[in-house]
Write a protein that binds this ligand. Structure first.
Ligand SMILES: Nc1nc2c(c(=O)[nH]1)N[C@H]1C(S)=C(S)[C@@H](COP(=O)(O)OP(=O)(O)OC[C@H]3O[C@@H](n4cnc5c(N)ncnc54)[C@H](O)[C@@H]3O)O[C@H]1N2
Ligand code: MOO
Length: 433
């Protein structure tokens, strides 16, 4: 064992989320997380059909050209451009070539081939005229009349013009999108090596929290956060284990957390971060590893905790659903992205004119819930959800994304541009109505 008693392949340094700052800015929190979180190393080979949304762990080098051979982009007539010029556009049709059935011989000089989209160009032909532009004189053989003005190579797709054999198509760390998977398929590759899916364990805490489907007593609240966070994790392609609502039994809590930490990459809790160290869940994380209560200069989501149990990152999100959501997007998402092999990713905001006036305290970053709409000229603008309050899930439901107001900002006037990150940048589907 190395002197620090940690396995040499540990992904996290000891107590890596400690900070001596009383209050962290958004940028400081991101920098600290970015410096500490390391990717998983294990990968697996999956069939291409299951690869969407996974993070590529290998470089994909094209094993062959795409397309494999020169072919026609249209239905029509293929010929040599020199013959087309020499014959003034009148060529006997000597061949018929369908897609999937390449010609067995070269095109005879001075003739044309009837050819269909995707069919391989016969040797000897370099140009294709569209069927609709040609006139056929019946006969034995028929003669095709091609209008003047076609350039050499017209309507011909070159071998390798999409992807050249041997070229690097995709690099490790890329989260595979539908078009990436399609591109891999076009090269003939049927399997890819991807990082293994991350595993998250999710816990809700609070004496008042009850799961939907159960009777509710006065003073109790249904566990919205479990569902909210499960869906966000699913959007990030993370597998979720539900540890339930843990509240009052310290021994049980410690057992459950120790077990979960050993088999998960990240433990996500919500609730119990406003008062440090007083609840059993926080105490259990601290006793099993370490836990640091951060005060962030942001709104909503000021209190957040980061810690670790062995190699399992422990994130404590605030209990208020909007604060939990905002902190998840801002801090848990890039951590998950880095752990999953895709790098510490934070979305780049758009700049959009504001359709609201707002006064703000300096010194903290605010994340307003933004609703996109069109102004009288049809241009996109963003308005603010009418009410504040980090317990209003309706603000998230009505919104299309987050409006970012920087620390130094003290006011926004309608017409000024503001930074806006659509929820879709976090893998959340766009609002349909
Ligand atoms: N005296 C102070 N009070 C509060 C402070 C503070 O600094 N001093 N911070 C406020 C801020 S900001 C937030 S955010 C919350 C953080 O609260 P906790 O993380 O400690 O969470 P709880 O107190 O357990 O709950 C807060 C709120 O959220 C509801 N909640 C909790 N879990 C769930 C769940 N799974 N599903 C739905 N709703 C949940 C809970 O019922 C409370 O209403 O503290 C402020 N107060
Ligand atoms: O984190 Mo709290 O009010 O900012 O919801």
């Amino acid at each position: 064992m190395p002197p620090n008693n940690r396995l040499p392949d540990s992904r996290l340094k000891d107590d890596c989320f400690a900070t001596d700052r009383e209050c962290l800015t958004h940028a400081e929190a991101l920098a600290l997380l970015k410096a500490q979180v390391a990717p998983v190393v294990d990968s697996e080979t999956v069939p291409l059909i299951a690869a969407g949304g996974r993070v590529l762990a290998e470089e994909i080098v094209a094993p062959r050209d795409v397309p494999l051979a020169d072919n026609t982009a249209v239905d029509g007539y293929a010929f040599s451009h020199a013959d087309y010029i020499a014959s003034e556009g009148r060529l006997p049709v000597a061949m018929r070539i369908a897609a999937g059935h390449p010609a067995g011989t070269a095109l005879a000089q001075g003739t044309a081939a009837q050819i269909f989209t995707g069919a391989v160009m016969p040797p000897g032909a370099d140009t294709v005229a569209m069927q609709e532009d040609c006139r056929i004189d019946d006969g034995e053989p028929p003669i095709v009349n091609v209008p003047p003005g076609l350039k050499q190579g017209a309507n011909r797709r070159r071998a390798g013009e999409d992807v050249a054999a041997g070229s690097a198509l995709l690099v490790p760390g890329l989260r595979l999108r539908p078009q990436d998977v399609g591109a891999i398929a076009s090269t003939g590759k049927a399997e890819v090596t991807v990082y293994r899916r991350l595993r998250a364990a999710l816990v809700s805490t609070g004496d008042e929290i009850v799961r939907p489907g159960n009777p509710i007593a006065p003073g109790q609240v249904f566990d919205a956060n479990h569902y909210l966070l499960s869906e966000l994790l699913a959007a990030a392609n993370v597998a979720v284990s539900d540890l339930g609502v843990l509240a009052d039994d310290p021994i049980l809590i410690r057992e459950r957390l120790a077990e979960a930490a050993a088999s998960h990459d990240i433990l996500i809790t919500s609730g119990g971060v406003s008062h440090g160290g007083e609840d059993h869940l926080a105490d259990a994380v601290a006793a099993l590893g370490s836990r640091h209560l951060w005060q962030l200069a942001i709104k909503p989501g000021r209190p957040v905790s980061f810690g670790q149990i062995g190699d399992c990152v422990a994130v404590g999100l605030p209990g208020n659903p909007v604060a939990a959501f905002v902190c998840f997007l801002n801090y848990a998402m890039p951590v998950l992205s880095a752990m999953g092999g895709a790098g510490f990713q934070t979305p780049i905001p758009y700049r959009i004119p504001a359709a609201f006036d707002f006064a703000k305290k300096p010194g903290r970053r605010e994340f307003l819930r933004g609703i996109l709409e069109r102004d009288a000229d049809g241009h996109m603008v963003v308005k603010k959800f009418a009410r504040d309050g980090s317990a209003l899930i309706s603000s998230l439901r009505e919104a299309d994304g987050l409006i970012l107001l920087a620390e130094e900002t003290t006011s926004v006037a309608a017409g000024e541009t503001v930074e806006f990150i659509p929820f879709s940048a976090y893998g959340i589907a766009e609002r349909t109505l």
